[in-house]
Design a protein around this ligand. Structure first.
Ligand SMILES: O=C(O)CCC(=O)C1=CC=C[C@@H](O)[C@@H]1C(=O)O
Ligand SMILES: [Mg+2]
Length: 370
C-alpha cells in the first residue's frame, strides 16, 4: 500500500439525545475521521476518543496532536506497507495512544481490503454473513423513560439490552426491568462506578440473571475484579481495563473476567483486536464488540470485526438511527427486526462515506502529503 496522502477531519455531530453514563453525559459528539489515499482508493478510519478524557486518557485534541506530530510521520517513513498488520509494528515506538493508532490502522485495513476487492470482514478472517446486535441504553433519570426505551428497542429487534448503572441507580432499576420485561437478555455496565466496598450491593445484582456485569470496578484494575469474580455468580465483563492482548492474558490468568468487550479503538486497532479474539477463543472466553457512539465509519469497522467466530455475544453496534439524525455513510447501518446486521458484500468497510456529509460535519481538516 503506497499511501500518498493522509487526511484528518475533526467532526462534530449532535446525538439524537444525551447519552448518560456513570462518568458523564455526551450530546455534541466530536471525533476524528482518518483517510489514507492512494491513486486508486481511500481507506477510512475513525478515532473514538471523546472530547473530554473521561472514558480513557485520550481525547480528540490529544489524539489529533499525536497523529499529526508522531504517528503520521512514522507511517510516511515507510516507503510501502505490504499488510495492515505492519501498521501496529510501525507505530509501536509511540507508547499507548491506542485510539489515535486505531484510527490510522483501521484506515489502512479498509484500504487493504479495497485494494484486494474483498469485504473488510473477509480480510480479517471473518466467517459470518450477519451479526447479532444489542443496544446500550444510557442512564435515564426517569424509570418510565427507561422502560419506554427498552420497549422500543425490543420491538426494533435488538438481541440484548445493556443498562448503564451507578450507585443509587442499580438494584432497583434492574429489579424493575426484570419485573416489567421478564427474562429478556440483559446486562449492566457500571463504567467503574463501584469498589470492593460495594460487594454486598453487587451481590444483590446476582439475583437477576444478568448476562454479565461490565467493568464494575476501577478502569485500570484486574486484581480487585478477580476478588469480586470469586464472590459473584454473574460473569464480569472487562472493558476499560483491557488495552492489549497482554492485558487480556493477565486478566484471564487471574480470573478477573469471564467475558471481554473488545473495542477496536481502546486496544489500538483491528490487528490487536484479532489477537485478543484469538486468545479468548483459546481460553473459552466469549467476546463481543463494544461501541463508542461511533459514526457509520467506526460502526462499519465494528461490524467487520464482529464477523470473527468468537464474537458469540450480541455487541453494542446498533443501527445508525440509534444515535444520529443522519449518518455520514450510505447506506446507513440498519438492524433487521430479528436483531441482525447483514455484513456488506462490497469491498472494504462496505459503507460509503458521503463527501458532502463528511464536509457538512467537518470542523477542522488537514492534509498530510507524503
Ligand atoms: O456505542 C454504543 O452504542 C455503546 C455506547 C456505550 O455503552 C459506551 C460508550 C462509551 C463509553 C461508555 O459510556 C460506554 C461503554 O463503556 O461501553
Ligand atoms: Mg463499557
Amino acid at each position: 500500500m503506497k499511501v500518498e496522502k493522509i487526511v484528518l477531519r475533526k467532526m462534530s455531530m449532535q446525538l439524537k439525545a444525551p447519552f448518560r453514563t456513570s462518568f458523564g453525559t455526551q450530546l455534541q459528539k466530536q471525533f476524528i475521521v482518518s483517510e489514507v489515499h492512494t491513486k486508486e482508493h481511500i481507506g477510512y478510519g475513525e478515532c473514538v476518543a471523546m472530547t473530554v478524557p473521561l472514558y480513557s486518557e485520550e481525547s480528540v485534541g490529544g489524539a489529533w496532536h499525536v497523529m499529526e506530530e508522531f504517528l503520521i510521520p512514522l507511517l510516511f517513513e515507510q516507503s510501502e506497507l505490504r499488510h495492515p498488520d505492519e501498521v501496529t509494528a510501525c507505530l509501536a515506538p509511540i507508547r499507548r495512544n491506542n485510539m489515535a493508532k486505531a484510527a490510522l490502522e483501521g484506515a489502512y485495513w479498509d484500504l487493504f481490503a479495497k485494494q484486494n476487492d474483498v469485504p473488510l470482514a473477509k480480510a480479517l478472517g471473518g466467517n459470518k454473513t450477519a451479526i447479532e446486535v444489542g443496544v446500550s441504553i444510557g442512564i435515564e433519570e426517569n424509570i418510565d423513560d427507561l422502560y419506554r426505551l427498552v420497549e422500543q428497542y425490543l420491538q426494533q429487534g435488538y438481541r440484548r439490552m445493556k443498562i448503564k448503572i451507578k450507585p443509587g441507580k442499580d438494584v432497583q432499576v434492574i429489579a424493575g426491568l426484570r419485573q416489567r420485561f421478564g427474562n429478556i437478555p440483559m446486562m449492566a455496565d457500571a463504567n467503574s462506578a463501584y469498589t470492593l466496598e460495594d460487594i454486598d450491593l453487587l451481590k444483590e445484582l446476582d439475583d437477576f440473571g444478568l448476562m454479565m456485569i461490565e467493568q464494575p470496578l476501577a478502569h485500570d484494575d484486574i486484581i480487585d475484579h478477580a476478588q469480586l469474580q470469586k464472590q459473584l455468580k454473574t460473569p464480569i465483563c472487562l472493558d476499560e481495563s483491557i488495552h492489549s492482548v497482554e492485558d487480556a492474558r493477565h486478566a484471564i490468568e487471574l480470573g478477573s473476567t469471564k467475558v471481554i468487550n473488545i473495542k477496536i479503538g481502546r486496544v489500538g486497532g483491528l490487528t490487536e483486536s484479532k489477537k485478543i479474539h484469538d486468545l479468548c477463543q483459546k481460553h473459552g472466553i466469549p467476546v463481543w464488540c463494544g461501541g463508542m457512539l461511533e459514526s457509520g465509519i467506526g460502526r462499519a469497522h465494528n461490524i467487520a470485526i464482529t464477523s470473527l467466530p468468537n464474537f458469540t455475544l450480541p455487541g453494542d453496534t446498533a443501527g445508525s438511527s440509534r444515535y444520529w439524525m443522519e449518518d455520514i455513510i450510505k447506506p446507513e447501518v440498519t438492524v433487521s427486526h430479528d436483531g441482525l446486521i447483514h455484513i456488506p458484500a462490497e469491498a472494504g468497510i462496505g459503507y460509503e462515506p458521503v463527501p458532502e456529509l463528511l464536509d457538512k460535519y467537518t470542523i477542522q481538516k488537514q492534509e498530510f502529503i507524503r
